[in-house]
Design a protein around this ligand. Structure first.
Ligand SMILES: Cc1cc2nc3c(=O)[nH]c(=O)nc-3n(C[C@H](O)[C@H](O)[C@H](O)COP(=O)(O)OP(=O)(O)OC[C@H]3O[C@@H](n4cnc5c(N)ncnc54)[C@H](O)[C@@H]3O)c2cc1C
Length: 343
């Protein structure tokens, strides 16, 4: 870049921060706006799974896009090195009744992969405390995990070191930038300059942080719940409530999630569980809208649904390429915000 373009990024979640850093690294002068205190957006409550395989197997909307999810995951090691976080590569384990495991096995094989079938004695090492009810499991090492809250902090610190400025208020428009990247999650304040935001719909999610002894195992996926390690014990997720946008904790949603989690790890029943909620932004086809908007100078980075953390480096790469007139790569067409314009 000959002259530093001035870019405004609206939103300091996973997509906004990763994009801001990529733009700064590409030579842009970047200002990030976000009115909310840290730790209240969807990115902060997320489980941090980087899970191309189990997302493609367990979520029908993701199944056709395994290649894209995998390509996004493959960009993570460079981001890991850039911002100094550690990716947990222990893998992810599915446990459940034979019918569930049969579906998972078939789904993984349809992706061209071979799950590792594990007997009971191997499960203990990979998932200490797992219920003895589960006699076998299926492991993939392709799914990874990051600590979402720590990664948000590391992204912000790296962005600040790269010269990005932060402003604790909403962006009303371009805020003096030549381009505006809209990475506002489910926020639609900027809908006048980005009409495509009207295509987003909310999916509320509950997730529980269960205090207790450190869990040193990998991600466990069961029917109706998953469990991951976290700084204070375990994370148990997550509900999917399509069309719901409020952040209120609903005890009637927490109870079945806790019941499904306790079937995986009985000790969860006695842990102190703190419920959190977040709202995922989803598009009609389950993929985010990434790239140029309809109005000159507007770029979109929204709608990552269940996989905002996984997709963040791919989103950032495409937006940076749009700004630098570089190669947007093979996945940009599938993510083009204009794809819904005539539907
Ligand atoms: C319970 C739960 C578990 C999840 N687990 C995972 C997981 O394991 N792996 C994974 O990959 N994904 C997961 N996700 C999905 C992931 O969290 C989202 O896809 C991702 O966080 C979206 O990031 P974002 O930056 O688009 O939005 P957000 O994180 O919502 O950030 C948007 C930001 O924009 C700000 N904003 C809004 N309006 C404006 C404005 N006008 N100006 C400036 N700023 C504005 C908001 O304050 C907010 O901080 C999970 C989601 C939930 C709810």
């Amino acid at each position: 870049m000959n002259r530093k373009p001035r870019i405004t990024v609206a939103g300091a979640g996973a997509l906004g921060l990763t994009t801001a850093l990529a733009l700064a690294d590409a030579g842009a002068q970047v200002a990030v706006y976000d009115p909310s205190p840290e730790g209240t957006n969807a990115s902060a409550v997320a489980a941090g799974m980087l899970a191309p395989v189990f997302e493609a197997v367990l979520d029908a909307a993701a199944t056709p896009h395994f290649d894209l999810l995998l390509a996004a995951r493959d960009l993570w090691p460079a981001l890991e090195a850039r911002i100094g976080v550690t990716i947990d590569r222990a893998g992810a384990l599915a446990v459940g009744d034979p019918a569930f495991l049969g579906r998972v096995d078939a789904g993984i094989r349809r992706l061209g992969l071979h799950p590792t079938e594990l007997p009971r004695r191997a499960l203990e090492g990979l998932a200490p405390g797992l219920s003895p009810d589960w006699r076998e499991g299926l492991l993939t090492r392709e799914d990874w995990r990051i600590d979402a809250a720590a990664t948000l902090g590391a992204l912000r610190a790296a962005a600040e070191s790269a010269g990005v400025t932060f402003h604790a208020r909403a962006a009303d428009g371009f805020e003096g930038g030549e381009r505006l990247v809209i990475a506002t999650g489910m926020g639609r304040d900027l809908g006048v300059i980005a009409p495509s935001l009207a295509r987003l719909s909310p999916i509320k999610g509950h997730i529980l942080r269960v205090a207790g002894p450190a869990y040193g195992g990998g991600v466990v996926r069961g029917e109706g719940a998953y469990v991951t390690a976290d700084a204070g014990g375990l994370t148990l997720g997550a509900t999917m409530q399509a069309g719901v946008e409020d952040l209120a904790v609903e005890p009637e949603r927490v109870a079945p999630l806790m019941a499904a989690g306790t079937r995986l790890f009985p000790s969860l029943a006695v842990g102190r569980a703190t419920p959190q909620t977040g709202v995922r932004a989803a598009t009609p086809d389950g993929l985010p809208m990434v790239g140029r908007g309809r109005h000159h100078g507007v770029l979109l980075a929204v709608g990552a649904r269940r996989n905002g953390w996984l997709l963040a480096p791919l989103v950032a790469k495409i937006i940076a390429a749009c700004v630098t007139e570089g190669d947007v790569g093979p996945y940009a067409a599938r993510l083009d915000p204009g794809r819904f314009d005539n539907t």
